[in-house]
Design a protein around this ligand. Structure first.
Ligand code: GLA
Length: 396
């Protein structure tokens, strides 16, 4: 009775108001931040200290012209050595290599990309530049004002403070406190800034990284452009899958693809393993001088689709038979990405038993790097895997 007397316009008004409230609460949850592993580029692996404004702009240009941006790479991350002194008010300044960070951010944003930066919770960064200790809120505000979208926060200098503590528990507390402080500072800016923890995996960071606000956390020491180091890091990620998920990822360090220290097969292993691991894909090469082979490795759509799969479940090792390892990652469409790896420097044959991978019925198999459907299979599949190589399959 009463309802019938309420004019229609009131219903409309209530409906629109409810709709707006729903939209706003959705936005407040920031569902988008690192909902899949971040993709982009970082200056450290190739340029180390030799990075400046001009080089970063050139990388941004090449990210677009190479097709990498359209393949999903969006972050242009400046690593250590951009930092200058602080001004009289304590605000961090850039050094002469970066004359105007805001202008650089505008340039990068103008290309449809995002800009990342680096600091340390300690007084000094790993390369001995100014860190954020005692200036966390001020630095976060400066980054936000510049238009920064990503912060890699590298423990380094804080170790000096930690050493002053009375034992491992107290040291751990100092580290956690420092990461929480920057988390709160970043959140306080109101700007969505991806928060990348870098402390090389100490104290099992995967078990508390998400709690302190990390969108990703390094699980290991530094990678280098050698197969031995890449495999050491990559295959040591077994067992960490359950700690990763949308918004919070294990980070086995940046890519070395295209830097020249590994052959094409080894780089294919690097890309495949990182995709199975739902690892951030941060290219670490010079994007302005890439060969077509490097571009093809970095932009392979099917490999990226595995890495960025929206289910957000990291893969893990299924079997290990000497140098042959089979890893699998469940994907949103019910299929699995399967990597058959040969860690030896001679070719080896390997057999994939689909039942062991959780497929009791016949399966459809696609070879990802060959971009070829292999048809329906019900018997175990035997393949030859090249030295340090991979056969990367999508199985359904
Ligand atoms: C540490 C990090 C590297 C890089 C350097 C910069 O070694 O692990 O990724 O950021 O510092 O100094």
């Amino acid at each position: 009775m009463f309802l019938r007397r309420v004019p229609r316009i009131v219903y409309h008004f209530v409906f629109v108001a409810l709709f707006i409230v729903c939209l706003q609460s959705l936005r407040a949850q920031e569902p988008g931040i690192a909902s899949t592993p971040p993709m982009g580029w970082n200056s450290w692996n190739h340029f180390h200290r030799m990075i400046d404004d001009k080089t970063v702009r050139a990388q941004a240009d090449a990210m677009v012209s190479s097709g990498m941006r359209d393949a999903g790479y969006v972050y242009i991350n400046i690593d250590d050595t951009w930092e200058g002194e602080r001004d009289a008010q304590g605000n961090i300044l850039t050094n002469s290599k970066f004359p105007d960070m805001k202008a650089l951010a505008d340039y990068v944003h103008g290309k449809g990309l995002k800009l990342g930066i680096y600091s340390s919770p300690g007084a000094k960064t790993c390369a001995g530049y100014e860190g954020s200790l005692g200036h966390e809120q001020q630095d976060a505000t400066t980054y936000a004002n510049w238009g920064i979208d990503y912060l890699k926060y590298d423990l380094c200098g804080l170790r000096t403070e930690m050493k002053k503590a009375s034992g491992p528990e107290a040291e751990h507390k100092i580290m956690i406190g420092a990461y929480v402080k920057m988390r709160d500072a970043l959140r306080g800016t109101g700007r969505p800034i991806v928060y990348s923890l870098c402390q090389y995996g100490v104290d099992s960071v995967w078990s508390w990284g998400a709690e302190v606000g990390g969108n990703l956390w390094r699980t290991t020491g530094d990678i280098s452009d050698h197969y031995a180091r890449m495999e050491e890091i990559g295959f040591a990620q077994a067992g960490l899958a359950r700690f990763a998920g949308p918004g919070h990822w294990n980070d086995p360090d940046m890519l070395e693809v295209g830097n020249g220290g590994m052959n094409a097969e080894e780089y294919r292993t690097h890309m495949s393993l990182w995709a199975i691991l739902a690892a951030p894909l941060l290219a670490g090469n010079d994007l302005t001088t890439m060969t077509p082979e490097t571009i093809a490795l970095l932009t392979n759509r099917e490999v990226i689709a595995v890495d960025q799969d929206r289910l957000g479940k990291q893969g893990d090792r299924v079997t290990e038979e000497g140098p042959i390892e089979i890893w699998a990652r469940p994907l949103a469409d019910g299929s699995k990405a399967v990597g058959v790896f040969n860690r030896l420097s001679t070719p080896l044959s390997a057999t994939v038993d689909f039942r062991q991978l959780g497929f009791p019925a016949p399966v459809q198999v696609r070879d990802i790097w060959q971009a070829k459907n292999l048809g329906t299979m019900k018997e175990p599949y035997t393949v030859t895997v090249l030295p340090h190589g991979v056969v990367f399959l999508r199985v359904k």
